[in-house]
Ligand binder design. Structure first.
Ligand code: ATP
Length: 342
C-alpha cells in the first residue's frame, strides 16, 4: 500500500510517501523559522498555506516517477498514485491544522482514495515502534509542545505521566529567547551545554507528572544573576532529562515492560538519548530512538501510521474529518494492532 502523508501542526509543512511493500519513506519538508521570538500562530499559518502545495507536489512527482500514471491513463485505466491520504488531525495550532486538513480532503476526493486522520502524538511514538519492531514498549514523547510517557493497554495508549504545564522543547525555547538566541533553542542549548558546568535547578516530578515552567524561570534568574550561559544550559539538560528518565524508568517498572521507545523533536538531543540508553542498560531493557528525520515534526510518521490505519479500515468520511487542536493520544482508539500484548 502507498500512502501520502501530510503534516502541518505548527512549524513544519511536510508531505511524505510511504510504500509498505518496500517499507520506504520519502519526505519533503519546508520549515517555518520566525524572524524573532517564538512561533507566531498567524505567521505559521501563512507559511503553511504557501508551503503545503509545493511539498505535496514534490511528493506526487516522486510517485509519478515510480509508476507510469500517464501510461495507465492512456491505456484507459484510472490510476491513483496513492492508496490513501493521511493528515495530522491534531494536536496543534488550529489555523495550521485547518489548512492541512483542507488540502488532504481535496486530494483524497480528487484521487478518489480514503482519507485518514492521524493523531500527531501517536504518530511520534508509533514511528519508533514500527522501526524498532518492539511489541509493547513504554513510549516517551519529548517534543516541543508536549511531554508524555505512554504505554499501550486495552485498545488505547494510556498516558502514565505528562507535563503539568509547558512542553519540554517549549521550555528550552523560552529560556533561549530570554538569552536572545533565535528559534529553535533546543539545538543551541545542546551546543552550549557541552562546555558548561552543572548548576542546580528545581527538579519537579509530582507522582508520574513533570513540570518545566519553574525550571525555566530559575534558569532565566541564574542567567540574569551572571551565571555563564553554558553552565545554565548544562543544568537545564541534566535536570530536565533526569526528570524524563525518572518517569520513564518508573513507567517501565510499573508496567513490567522491558522496551523503551523515544519520540519527538527534543529526542534529537544526544545527551537525552545517552541518559535514557544508560538507564535502560542498567535495568536490562532495550532502548530505541528513530533517526532525526523521524523525530522532529515530519510527514513520514503520519504516512507510516496512516498506512496502518487505512489497512485496518480506520478512515474518515469528509463530513467527520474536523481537526482537533487538543487531540490527546489517549483519545485515539488503536484499531491497527492486537488488543493486548502477550
Ligand atoms: P509537538 O510535536 O508537540 O507538536 P513541535 O511541533 O514544537 O511539538 P517537534 O518537532 O516535536 O515540534 O519539536 C521541536 C522542539 O524540539 C523545539 O522546541 C526545539 O527546540 C527542540 N529541539 C530540537 N533539537 C533539539 C536538541 N538537539 N536538543 C533539545 N531540543 C531540541
Amino acid at each position: 500500500m502507498r500512502v501520502l502523508g501530510i503534516e502541518g501542526t505548527a512549524w513544519c509543512a511536510s508531505a511524505a510517501l510511504y510504500d509498505s511493500e518496500t517499507d520506504s519513506v520519502v519526505i519533503e519538508s519546508d520549515a517555518y523559522a520566525p524572524e524573532s521570538g517564538g512561533i507566531h500562530p498567524r505567521e505559521a499559518a501563512e507559511h503553511m498555506r504557501s508551503a503545503i502545495p509545493a511539498v505535496i507536489e514534490t511528493i506526487l512527482d516522486e510517485t509519478e516517477d515510480e509508476i507510469d500514471v500517464a501510461g495507465q491513463r492512456s491505456a484507459g485505466r484510472q490510476a491513483s498514485p496513492v492508496d490513501a491520504v493521511a493528515f495530522s488531525r491534531g494536536p496543534g495550532l488550529g489555523p495550521c491544522l485547518r489548512i492541512v486538513a483542507s488540502a488532504a480532503r481535496a486530494l483524497a476526493q480528487t484521487l478518489d482514495v480514503p482519507l485518514v486522520g492521524v493523531n500527531h502524538m501517536v504518530a511520534h511514538l508509533e514511528i519508533g515502534r514500527h522501526q524498532s519492531g518492539f511489541d509493547a514498549p513504554v513510549c516517551l514523547n519529548a517534543s516541543g509542545a508536549n511531554a508524555h510517557v505512554l504505554a499501550y493497554r486495552n485498545g488505547r495508549y494510556r498516558v502514565l505521566g505528562e507535563t503539568m504545564d509547558t512542553g519540554v522543547g517549549n521550555a528550552l525555547d523560552k529560556f533561549t529567547r530570554h538569552v536572545g538566541w533565535s528559534h529553535p533553542g533546543g539545538p543551541k542549548v545542546e551546543a552550549h551545554a557541552k562546555d558548561g558546568e552543572y548548576v542546580d535547578l528545581p527538579y519537579v516530578v509530582k507522582g508520574m507528572d513533570f513540570s518545566f515552567s519553574g525550571i525555566m524561570s530559575a534558569a532565566k534568574d541564574e542567567y540574569d544573576a551572571g551565571t555563564p550561559v553554558e553552565d545554565v544550559c548544562r543544568g537545564l539538560e541534566e535536570t530536565i532529562f533526569a526528570m524524563l528518565g525518572e518517569v520513564s524508568e518508573r513507567a517501565l517498572s510499573l508496567t513490567g515492560r522491558d522496551e523503551l521507545v523515544l519520540g519527538g523533536g527534543v529526542a534529537q538531543n544526544d545527551r537525552l538519548r545517552e541518559m535514557l540508553a544508560a538507564m535502560c542498560e542498567q535495568r536490562g531493557a532495550d532502548f530505541y530512538a528513530p533517526e532525526p528525520r523521524f523525530l522532529r515534526d515530519n510527514a513520514g510518521m503520519i504516512a507510516v501510521l496512516g498506512e496502518k490505519m487505512a489497512r485496518a479500515g480506520d478512515t474518515l468520511e469528509i463530513e467527520d474529518s474536523a481537526i482537533d487542536s487538543n487531540f490527546r493520544p489517549d483519545d485515539v482508539p488503536v484499531t491497527w494492532r492486537d488488543p493486548e500484548p502477550p
